[in-house]
Design a protein. Structure first.
Length: 551
């Protein structure tokens, strides 16, 4: 007889058996569905991967079409004459200098003056915040400093215009043409020498040698440029040579204000720029600004920036100024000579000042150089200059531009007010460099003289001057030149020449003055043996000899 417990147990077993059967049935059904779905999906996928493209047409690249060809034609026309300039500068100070092997130790003057020349921050640094896109290596006491810029060829014999700040303080200058290879042993470029430079306008002329005529740019007249005209800047920003950017002339006759220099004379007196929004960056300095006729109307010089890059405000030195400076730099004296009457003045005056002193247009004389033409003609501080050769002057720039362009030794008739009374004076034009050296209390000549920079500095590494009377009396040497500076690491430094030493002979040729010195040094070539006859400035009698081989 079955008990309730046994009945319940049997029912439970049947339920378990039924559940297992059902589960297996469900699993079998699902597996069959998945298999069928995979087969169907595979068939559909295969059809999607192999669509019918028999009606598709292949793409065809059309023949080149010339659209706006203005900029491209300018790039092709001017580009070959735009060059890349790179420079090398040795450390400004040297440590434990030793003479080159096989050369003599220098006889050192007993009391040489240390060279106290200040390392003035150059024009490029003031606007770009760094040295010309250069690489300082290991710093001022370490390896060579390298800088980079641009330039453009204006004479097929190899004369190149660039910014002075591109080549300033450089010991070596190399130029790479657009046609020169970008790799290989000659990548550095062709050696260049300095013909002349003008710090007042930041313009320099350098030259490379070539056995065939070089491509040149065509100089235009910047006076014809108008605000809104299209312009093209070409150069080597960040070392990327043959880079072309376009913009417009956004302003003309733009001055970048600076404080007065020595004697109250602004260092940017002769810097009046074309402003442009064509992209100009570090490395563009010295490159051309070109108008739409392909003529160079300016030289890219500086930018206003807070990021070391272009922000749409660039400045180019006008071609009208460039041409005038270039012509003087390639002349016999290789330097820029400007006229001066020997005054400083205040030109920004309020109307109240004009009413008080009884004039509308004019400038008030602030200081008068004792040796200048104005002092000799009787002008005094407080005089108000109102006319020049009978015409009214607009402002100080008007006066300076007129006087600076006149021939040294010529005369000009100035009208002026003193104590409300009108007077005139005939004033002799003097050399501006010497006149303002007097105003600044500096008895040295202007340091823009490139004769020494070319011959003495580039080849030997020294600058010289005539022997001062006091030194001549003490040493007994009246004819010759005195070394005024020696560049660390240069040929002269390595053979033992020092500041203060007197040179009376080079390679058996007498040195009697600066002209004879330049003549001999200009004839020196690499691999030449160079022997100096020298004297100490503080003792009489006896020749000493130092020499070596130019590299």
């Amino acid at each position: 007889m079955d008990t309730p417990t046994s009945k319940f147990t049997g029912w439970l077993d049947r339920m378990r058996s039924h559940r297992l059967t059902t589960t297996f049935a469900l699993l079998a059904t699902l597996s069959t569905g998945i298999l069928v779905g995979s087969v169907i999906t595979h068939g559909v996928s295969g059809k999607e991967q192999a669509p019918d493209t028999s009606d598709a047409k292949p793409l065809v690249i059309p023949s080149p079409t010339n659209l706006s060809t203005g900029f491209s034609q300018i790039a092709k026309q001017v580009g070959p004459a735009v060059v890349n300039i790179n420079t090398e500068s040795l450390p400004k100070q040297s440590q434990a200098r030793r003479p080159r092997r096989g050369t003599q130790q220098r006889p050192t003057p007993s009391d040489p003056d240390d060279d106290q020349q200040g390392d003035m921050q150059d024009f490029f640094n003031r606007f770009f915040g760094g040295p010309g896109g250069g690489d300082d290596g290991d710093g001022p006491m370490g390896g060579e400093r390298r800088a980079l810029g641009s330039g453009f060829i204006v004479d097929s014999r190899g004369y190149i215009i660039t910014n002075n700040h591109v080549i300033d303080k450089a010991d070596k200058i190399f130029v790479r043409l657009a046609s020169d290879p970008n790799s290989g042993p000659d990548t550095e470029g062709r050696p260049a020498k300095v013909i002349g430079f003008d710090k007042d306008t930041d313009i320099a002329v350098i030259k490379i040698d070539s056995d065939q005529p070089l491509p040149t740019v065509k100089l235009g007249n910047s006076d014809g440029a108008q605000v809104g005209d299209w312009v093209v800047a070409i150069g080597s920003p960040f070392g990327l040579s043959q880079t072309v950017s376009a913009g417009i002339v956004s302003a003309k006759n733009r001055a970048i204000d600076e404080g007065p220099g020595p004697g109250g004379v602004a260092s940017n007196q002769f810097q009046r720029f074309i402003q442009t929004d064509a992209a100009i960056n570090p490395g563009n300095s010295g490159g051309p600004l070109v108008d739409m006729s392909g003529q160079v109307i300016g030289m890219n010089t500086a930018i206003y920036t807070q990021s070391m890059g272009s922000q749409g405000v660039g400045f180019a030195m006008p071609s009208s100024i460039i041409a005038n400076v270039y012509n003087m730099l390639i002349g016999p004296d290789h330097k820029v000579v400007r006229g001066s009457i020997g005054i400083t003045f205040q030109s920004s005056l309020s109307s109240a000042v004009g009413r008080m002193y009884g004039f509308k247009n004019g400038i008030i004389v602030s200081t008068v150089s004792p040796n200048g033409g104005a002092a000799k003609a009787g002008l005094q501080p407080g005089d108000v200059i109102t006319t020049i050769d009978g015409r009214s002057i607009k402002d100080g720039d008007d006066l300076v531009n007129d006087i600076s362009g006149r021939k040294i030794g010529s005369t000009v008739k100035l009208g002026y007010l003193r104590d409300g009374k009108q007077s005139t004076a005939n004033v002799t034009i003097g050399d501006r460099a010497k006149t303002y050296a007097d105003l600044a209390g500096d008895d040295n000549d202007d340091d823009n003289s490139p004769q020494e920079s070319d011959a003495g500095q580039s080849k030997l590494g020294i600058t010289v001057s005539t022997i001062p009377p006091a030194v001549a009396q003490k040493s007994g040497v009246s004819k010759g030149v005195m070394v005024t500076s020696v560049r660390p690491g240069s040929f002269a430094d390595e053979i033992g020449l020092a500041k203060g030493i007197l040179i009376t002979e080079i390679n058996k040729k007498p040195i009697t003055d600066e002209a004879s010195y330049r003549s001999v040094v200009n004839s020196l070539k690499p691999k030449d043996d160079v022997v100096f006859v020298i004297h100490l400035p503080n003792q009489k009698g006896g020749n000493s000899y130092v020499g070596g081989t130019l590299q």
